[in-house]
Design a protein around this ligand. Structure first.
Ligand SMILES: Cc1ncc(COP(=O)(O)O)c(C=O)c1O
Length: 322
């Protein structure tokens, strides 16, 4: 173990040896409730027979085929399922292995898109403060989390960032949701004008901000205005759904919003973690709010629980972590 470059060399990490459902067990047999799926990134729990069966049967059949040379049936099927859900004629899905890589690719796709359209100056990607789009240099350039980016700042693109839509901090007492949503979106309009639409390739935002704001949803007309502004100035809209993800129960609502948001222009929609897929597979769920259990039951029961709704959902809830 001493050869491992640990995240924190001073920390004494327990050895995780096994998982079962929502629990992880260490070498001493101690049980840990894996409430948010690690860094809120896994959703299928540990050891579900359906998941194991699917992985095993695929590996039995074919372990790897490079996508530069082959396509494969599972990717075709999943892409078709996702594209159908989005209801977008000609929608395409590009599979990657993580959120940072997805955002890097979105930056590059945006650049290639504008080159192909004969607009070589369009290269800047505007993002938002208090955002997190990943740890690689391109994705970190988009990220507005000072703690994560500051020491790497000289290596990053110095692209403009606007304030996030974050009602808790930025909505004024005398401002309605509609007024605040409009004002927050106006910041994008201002930034595009300041830096010149001819230079702006894309705007990227987390639809529901995850890692660095704690599941903050857009307010009032914010997303619709953002879409309109992007269309007005010929700017691509990249929605980083890594943290919000998709889940079987709320996916239709989320997709309806995105379809609405996407009606006009081209968007790049990143999905990584199917966060609450666990809901479909679990028979029993425990909901913990600030360390206190507030509900327990089947997924169908807990999502209707009043305390859960008040604690987590709020009227504009679309999808959040675990
Ligand atoms: C919104 C968002 N984008 C990107 C990432 C980066 O994903 P990854 O850690 O898989 O590279 C994360 C990770 O938490 C994220 O929350």
């Amino acid at each position: 173990m001493a050869s491992v470059f640990y995240r924190d060399p001073g920390h004494d990490y327990p050895v995780a040896v096994r998982g079962e459902g929502v629990y992880v067990y260490d070498a001493d047999g101690k049980q840990y409730l894996d409430g948010s799926g690690g860094a809120a990134v896994t959703c299928l729990g540990h050891g579900h027979p359906d998941v194991i069966g699917a992985i095993k049967s695929q590996v039995d059949q074919l372990a790897y085929a490079h996508t530069a040379f082959f396509t494969n049936e599972p990717q075709e099927k999943l892409a078709a399922r996702l594209a159908e859900r989005f209801g977008e004629a000609g929608a395409r899905v590009y599979f990657l292995s993580g959120g940072s890589e997805a955002n890097e690719t979105a930056i590059k796709l945006a650049r290639q898109y504008w080159l192909a359209k004969g607009c070589p100056d369009k290269h800047i990607v505007i993002s938002r403060e208090q955002s997190y789009h990943g740890n690689t240099l391109g994705a970190l350039s988009l990220s507005g989390n000072p703690m994560r980016r500051d020491i790497f700042a000289p290596c990053l693109h110095d692209w403009p960032r606007i304030e996030p839509c974050y009602a808790y901090r930025h909505q004024q007492d005398d401002e309605t949701d509609d007024e605040y949503g409009e004002r927050a979106a106006q910041a994008l309009d201002d930034a595009i004008n300041e830096h010149g639409a001819d230079n702006i390739a894309a705007f990227v935002a987390e639809t529901v901000v995850g890692a660095t704001l704690g599941a903050a949803p857009p307010v009032g007309p914010y997303m619709k205005r953002i879409r309109e502004i992007c269309d007005r100035y010929d700017v691509l809209l990249i929605l980083d759904e890594v943290m919000a993800g998709l889940n079987p129960t709320e996916v239709d609502e989320l997709i309806a919003l995105l379809r609405d948001v996407n009606q006009q222009g081209v968007s790049i929609f990143l999905i990584e973690h199917v966060m609450r897929g666990v809901m479909a597979l679990s028979t029993r769920v425990i909901v913990i709010n600030y360390g206190v259990k507030i509900a327990e039951g089947s997924p169908a029961e807990v999502v209707k629980d009043k305390q859960v709704i008040e604690a987590y959902l709020g009227k504009e809830f679309l999808s959040a972590q675990g």
